[in-house]
Design a protein around this ligand. Sequence first.
Ligand code: GLN
Length: 284
Amino acid sequence: MTLKQAYEYGQEQLKNAEIDDAALDAWYLLEYVTGVSRAMYFLDMNREISLEQETKYCSYVATRAKHVPLQHITGVQEFMGLEFLVNEHVLVPRQDTEVLVECVLEDLKSGIHILDMCTGSGCILLSLLKLCRMSNVNGVGVDISEEALKVAKQNAEKLEVNARFISSDLFCDVEGKYDVIVSNPPYIRTSVIEELKEEVKFHDPFIALDGKEDGLYFYRRIVEDSPKYLKKGGKLYFEIGHDQGEDVSKLMKDAGFVDVTVKKDLAGLDRVVFGMYSVIRANS
Ligand code: GLN
C-alpha cells in the first residue's frame, strides 16, 4: 500500500461507519502510524508504507470505525497547546474547557493556592500551573477515581509540573484553604447521556459525565462546601453546560458569592461561571 492508498482506504472506511470528521481522523491515524507530516505526504504520496505500518493502520481504522474515540487510539489529546495523556478512565479534554482555563489565568497572581475539583486527566490544573508564569503558584487536583489520578500524575510528570493529587469524594478528604477553586464537574443530565454520540456515551467515563437528574448535582455540592475551603476573597470558577448559566449563578449568589459572572465560549454559548466568596455577606 502507498501512503495515498492507505489514506483513501481510511477515509472510505470511516465515512462508511458514519464517523464525524472521517477524513481528518483517517489522516491523524496515518500520521500517528507513519510519522509522515502533511507536507511530506503531498511531496511523496506514492511511497510504499511498510507491511507493519499497513497492518497497524488498518487495525486502528477498524477500531475508530467502531466509534472508539481517536484519542483512545493515539492515547493523547492537545489542550491549551500542551499534550495530555488520556485513556478510558478520564474525560477527553475538550476545547470548550480552554475558556475556563483562560478565565482563571487572567486572574492569577503569584503566591496562590489552586484546587481543581474533579481533575480527571489534570488538564485544567496542569495547564494553569504550566502557563501561569507566576512564582510560587501551587495546586492540588482532586478526583474520586484512582484510575483518573494515575493519568493526572503521569501528565504532571510528562509536563514537568509540580502538583499534588488527592483521592477524595468531592471535599471529603480535602484540607486547607485555597485562593482559587476551579471545577469542570460532571454536568450532563442523566436522561440526556443516552442522546450523546457513541464516542462520548460509551467511551468517556460515565462518572465524568453524569450530573444526575437535573445536571446540577455537583454544582450544588461544590457551591455548598467550597466556602469552607476558600480564603477570604477567594474565587470559585466553574465550567457549565450552555443552558446552566442562570441556575449555577443563582446557586452561587444564594450561597454568598458576589460579582458572579457568566462567560461565553467561542461558539457564543454560556460556558463559564465564576464569583468571589464574600464572607461578610454570607454571614449577614
Ligand atoms: N477536569 C477534567 C476536564 O475538564 C475532567 C472533568 C470531568 O471529569 N467532568 O477535562
